[in-house]
Write a protein that binds this ligand. Structure first.
Ligand code: HEC
Length: 121
């Protein structure tokens, strides 16, 4: 019994500083929403349909996140575009302006607006 109690408290102590928990606190769709409103909504629109007020002036239309092809993309794919941007496109990379957590959060918010759905074969 003594052993079990020791083992239990040991696991408990180990469990406390789990990095996953603190990461979760930094990344959330709520935080992403504020970032989206500040930086992305002008082009991508309030609902992510690519119809923001700045979209009219662009040669390449902002992505509509509700397109089946866009909804089929993984969060990794979306995050890659957000981090690095796209060549020859008004969608530039955000790695200089946003932190990793902020880009995580804004991706989570995009997936809240337009949930992931794989393409049907
Ligand atoms: C100046 C206008 C503009 C702003 C501001 C902008 N985007 Fe974009 N975004 C675009 C355009 C245009 C495309 C489509 C590019 C293409 O197809 O070549 C795009 C594409 C994307 C894609 C790829 C979507 C897909 O279906 O593959 C993601 C993700 C994205 N933007 C996220 C963001 C996020 C997050 C922000 C804010 C941090 C942001 N964008 C700000 C114009 C913008």
């Amino acid at each position: 019994m003594k052993h079990a109690a020791f083992l239990f408290s040991f696991i408990f102590l180990l469990g406390l500083p789990l990095p996953a928990q603190s990461e979760e606190a930094q990344v959330s769709p709520q935080k992403g929403k504020a970032i989206y409103k500040a930086h992305c909504m002008g082009c991508h629109g309030i609902h992510g349909k690519g119809d923001g007020p700045d979209a009219a002036n662009l040669i390449v239309s902002p992505a509509n996140f509700h397109r089946p092809e866009s909804r089929a993309k993984s969060e990794m794919d979306l995050r890659g575009t957000i981090i690095w941007g796209l060549a020859f496109s008004p969608m530039h990379g955000w790695w200089k302006k946003l932190s990793g957590d902020e880009m995580h959060s804004v991706t989570a918010y995009i997936r809240q607006l337009a949930p992931h759905q794989p393409l049907r074969p």
